[in-house]
Design a protein around this ligand. Sequence first.
Ligand code: APR
Ligand code: PHB
Length: 394
Amino acid sequence: MKTQVAIIGAGPSGLLLGQLLHKAGISNVILERQSPDYVLSRIRAGVLEQGMVDLLRQAGVHQRMDAEGLVHTGFELALNGRRAHIDLKTLTGGKTVMIYGQTEVTRDLMAAREAAGAQTIYEASNARPHDMKGEQPYVTYEKDGVEHRLDCDYIAGCDGFHGVARQSIPAETLKVFERVYPFGWLGILADTPPVNEELVYATHERGFALCSMRSNTRTRYYVQVGAEEKVEDWSDERFWNELKARLPQDLADKMVTGPSIEKSIAPLRSFVVEPMQYGRMFLVGDAAHIVPPTGAKGLNLAASDVSTLFNILKKVYEEGRTDLLEKYSEVCLRRVWKAERFSWWMTSMLHKFDDNDAFSQRIQQTELDYFVSSEAGRQTIAENYVGLPYETIE
Ligand code: APR
Ligand code: PHB
């Protein structure tokens, strides 16, 4: 089989890239290790930056998002019981974010791909990229016990943090930057009305908490827990009590609780690999970088990588601009590192670090106090939260 772009992974990165390429008349095949149902069963993030919303519109996958997504013009910070508002729209000259779950984005992209008749091979095992440094790379994989070969011009490694693409690059050509945080987030999904119209990021002496949502009837809440905690030890009741204990009293009093539909613990990590390309193979999204979820940047960074790769490939195929190919990594990394910085900073400011001494604790509290009480501080938070601009490819 032959295609122009072989895409490994049918998460949001692979599906969005595939859809944009398809619309531009560039053929592509997606190889995905799991089944579609499995891919859709993963509960992930839910805040889309304007740039990602625009990209989904460009891909023609926006109807349900526009109908069901919630436009948020701000969010709240709750600092040991005191509430502060970050008015995103006013502070950024009109920018907002869209609350629409990654699972729904993925569902819409899968449906659009199917309607377009583009090929996705699910349950493709043992995918391996070959000859990435040569002129004619290819990917081998197995389906139902039979080995296949997919010839292509370029390979997009959209296969997440544990994927094969990054692992196929000789280790000595990659530089890894990493920080693992000494805690995780315990999250639950519940069919309860949100406690507040906007998201609430809460810092408290018991630890961080976040009140998020998927819709006006479905909530996603998190509490910071120790890295060694086990989800089995957290009954719904224990979770709700801990969440309420970390929120300002008026919010705790208003909280509607209910049975969890999903409950899991995610570790927090910052990770970047450089460069994000190896010959004719490009790493996209979680395959190249991970952020802690505090800034809601993971999915959005995947979208900006997709935008960069798509715009480069479009110019390569339409205008013969092969000179742009080597720019992919540096263009992506400029934006990736800014989002890494913001996510690290939000994480550092809002979480409880057990080994912080008294001086560090006061500095942490003062930094937060300074940022929320100064217009310039709130503006800095807001411009990063709504998402920094995408670079134009010229
Ligand atoms: N072969 C084929 N597919 C693979 C392989 C492999 N060897 N390894 C992983 N995959 C698939 C996974 O099953 C998954 O469906 O690649 C996909 C990767 O998807 P994600 O992990 O969601 O990564 P990505 O598409 O980059 O999405 C951006 O950023 O912060 C996060 O929550 C955010 O998951 C989102 C991600
Ligand atoms: C979520 O809704 O899952 C969510 C929202 C904001 C974040 C992280 C996660 O910063």
